[in-house]
Design a protein around this ligand. Structure first.
Ligand SMILES: Cc1cc2nc3c(=O)[nH]c(=O)nc-3n(C[C@H](O)[C@H](O)[C@H](O)COP(=O)(O)OP(=O)(O)OC[C@H]3O[C@@H](n4cnc5c(N)ncnc54)[C@H](O)[C@@H]3O)c2cc1C
Length: 446
């Protein structure tokens, strides 16, 4: 018998014993709907990419993804700008910078191998005044330090060669920036995972984790029961990638409340059909260094549409895709969170500007006209929106790097929570998956 087959059988036998333990001595009133070596909570791009990576590294493991919605990629992964970022903005040496540049290459390889429609249409970051010209030079240096391929500085008179009718004082041209439908990519990851034997449980909202007390002391590994409303599944180890709910999942195993997730909606405007053809590349402003958001940009979509956005306004629900989506629990939690007050106090003026531009969108069009003067208010209408899971500490600081956590007691030792996978986590997803898989292999004994 081959070693891998023996390993598979050993793994399946030990999982069967876990399942029996649960059925024979479970405190839970529900029968488990499966027993796994690893359960990944969250079917966004981070969860799906990591589950896929783990199963391709360890084909003998039994792995499941549980997702609360009726399909994968229903939240941030399916509601974003669809840009494949090249990695210019991020602090050199940071995980964000490293994983983005690595993720970009892995993503393009994957798109080509799997015939996923994408376009390498490039991107201009355009300075509108002298102050921003200085930032352009700094950003260019940053990009070079981050090993972003083939960056160019573009002088004022040449900007039109990259994007006709675009105006600015100076720009960066990034030819490797592209566009793709990240929801589609996530669905491909999920399909790969299923083909390798992985299982996906949809409509499975995790409400808690517990250990099966009766199995303690019998020399068996105590199964973790991953609970939903009327069902549970059993796991040796758990990884959570819960996006907008990542802090709530972490608290379920005794982790600190902080950092908390505060939802920031990003709303887009849509360019009318008659003006679609004027935009041939991604056009970005010079970002405000105080915020992790990149600013309102022109983004051609794979569908042929042009999206203008996203802005950044506080949402009244974690999944609040419009001003009218209000969730009482989410609002009460935000109202009780001192970090949010401190943030609002610090950024009251730019925050109110964003709200004004959201309500009266002709004001947002004025900003866009600085780059493309031929756009007028009648050329745009309101478009879709996404909600960012912005991690915030109790002092009101925006958390801009990865945060991993476990929790307390013996469950905490077998659970890894990815509490913050900052944007551009879609572009970086394949590199993040490798990083998390290395961590799972180090922390847990599969
Ligand atoms: C407006 C906007 C624009 C962006 N633009 C870009 C871009 O152009 N390029 C780029 O690379 N990145 C972009 N990003 C960032 C990128 O979309 C996200 O970083 C990435 O999708 C995060 O993936 P995720 O898997 O962590 O989260 P999500 O996609 O939110 O997935 C988390 C999943 O966990 C599930 N879940 C949560 N709680 C539970 C529970 N209790 N039980 C079961 N399931 C649960 C949710 O239903 C969800 O499906 C953008 C984000 C936004 C919001």
């Amino acid at each position: 018998m081959s070693t891998s087959l023996m390993k598979t059988l050993a793994s399946r036998n030990s999982l069967q014993r876990l399942g029996n333990l649960c059925r024979n001595g479970s405190t839970s009133s529900t029968d488990p709907c499966g027993t796994y070596d690893l359960v990944v909570v969250g079917g966004g791009i981070v969860g799906c990419a990591t589950a896929r990576e783990m199963l391709s590294r360890h084909p003998s493991l039994k792995i499941a993804i549980v997702e609360k919605e009726k399909a994968v990629a229903m939240h941030q992964t399916g509601h974003n700008s669809g840009v494949v970022h090249a990695g210019i903005y991020y602090t050199p040496g940071s995980m964000k910078a490293k994983l983005c540049v690595e993720g970009l290459k892995l993503s393009y390889d994957y798109f080509c191998k799997n015939d996923i429609p994408h376009k390498k249409i490039g991107k201009l970051i355009v300075a509108k005044n002298e102050k921003e010209v200085k930032r352009i030079d700094e950003l260019h240096q940053r990009g070079l330090k981050n090993n972003v391929p083939d960056l160019e500085l573009v002088e004022r008179d040449c900007i039109g060669n990259y994007q006709p009718n675009c105006q600015g004082q100076k720009a960066i041209w990034s030819p490797w920036t592209g566009i793709v439908d990240w929801g589609l990519v996530c669905n491909h990851f999920a399909e790969d995972f299923k083909k390798m034997g992985g299982e996906i449980h949809l409509n499975f909202e995790v409400t808690g984790f517990s250990e099966l007390a009766e199995s303690k002391g019998k020399g068996e590994l105590v199964p973790i029961s991953v609970q939903s409303k009327n069902k549970c599944i059993l796991a040796k180890y758990v990884l959570t990638c819960g996006g907008l709910h990542s802090d709530r999942l972490a608290v379920m195993t005794g982790c600190d409340l902080n950092p908390r997730i505060v939802p920031f909606r990003g709303e887009y405007l849509l360019l009318s059909d008659s003006k679609k053809s004027i935009c041939v590349t991604n056009i970005y402003p010079v970002p405000d260094a105080r915020f992790p958001f990149l600013g309102v940009h022109f983004t051609p979509r794979m569908s042929g549409d042009i999206w203008l956005g996203p802005n950044a306004v506080l949402a009244f629900a974690r999944e609040g895709y419009s001003w009218f989506d209000i969730n009482v629990r989410d609002c009460i939690e935000m109202a009780k969170f001192p970090g949010l007050y401190k943030l609002c106090f610090k950024y009251i003026v730019p925050g109110l500007h964003e709200v004004l531009k959201s309500v009266f969108y002709p004001l947002a069009v004025k900003d866009l006209q600085k780059f493309m003067p031929e756009i007028s208010v009648k050329d745009v209408k309101r478009g879709p929106a996404g909600v960012r899971a912005q991690a915030l500490d109790k002092d009101g600081n925006l958390v801009d790097d990865f945060v991993f956590d476990g929790g307390e007691g013996s469950i905490g030792k077998r659970v890894l929570h990815c509490r913050n996978a900052p944007s551009p986590a879609a572009t970086s997803s394949m590199a993040i998956a490798k990083h998390i898989s290395d961590k799972l292999e180090t922390d847990f004994k599969f």
